[in-house]
Design a protein around this ligand. Structure first.
Ligand code: ZN
Length: 181
């Protein structure tokens, strides 16, 4: 069905003695044209199609693909977008009872002062702060609900995906704290 040819070249880096390879697409190269394509897309009416396309875009945004490939290359396996859990987490590790969210810094208002993506636009500032404030509130409630049922939550911010070496350390530490990072 959907198939991406293997990348012709990969970038290999060594993280804590372990070699990790990245496909060029994980580093901002070309997208696989088949990724996210649905065979039945033409049977949809325009509003269904637009709804589906926006869902595909929101589920296959680049930071998320970077994280998925990184987690996979570190040897961990996961489930995607488990809708039965609060907030429909991006990556779910059922055996470890851990979930990962990958958040866009603007839409989820990354509060780190060093984040350069999160700041609000000067025009319609009140509208945005209202709208995005609701996202932040929802994220907070989601985290609380997950923690209350025994899940550990890691939020990976879009700006963190620029430094995959540091990110690999963060992910390993979250998934296997006993290994000391
Ligand atoms: Zn950020």
């Amino acid at each position: 069905m959907l198939f991406c040819p293997p990348p012709s070249n990969t970038l290999a880096v060594t993280i804590g003695g372990m070699e990790v390879s990245y496909a060029p697409s994980a580093l901002g190269g070309a997208f696989c044209p088949d990724a996210g394509r649905f065979g039945d897309v033409d049977t949809l009416n325009p509003s269904q199609r637009s709804e589906r396309m926006s869902r595909i875009r929101s589920e296959n945004t680049k930071p998320e693909l970077i994280v998925r490939r990184l987690v996979f290359s570190l040897g961990y396996r996961y489930r995607l977008h488990q809708r039965s859990l609060p907030g429909c987490p991006d990556l779910v590790f059922p055996g470890r009872r851990k979930v990962v969210f990958i958040h866009g810094c603007f839409w989820h208002q990354h509060s780190d002062p060093t984040c350069r993506i999160a700041h609000l636009p000067k025009t319609k500032e009140e509208f945005w702060s209202n709208k995005l404030g609701k996202n932040v509130e929802r994220d907070h409630k989601t985290n609380e609900a997950l923690k209350a049922s025994g899940w550990s939550v890691l939020t990976i911010w879009e700006c963190q995906t620029k430094d995959v070496v540091a990110l690999a350390g963060t992910i390993k530490e979250f998934l296997e704290p006993s290994m000391g990072g």
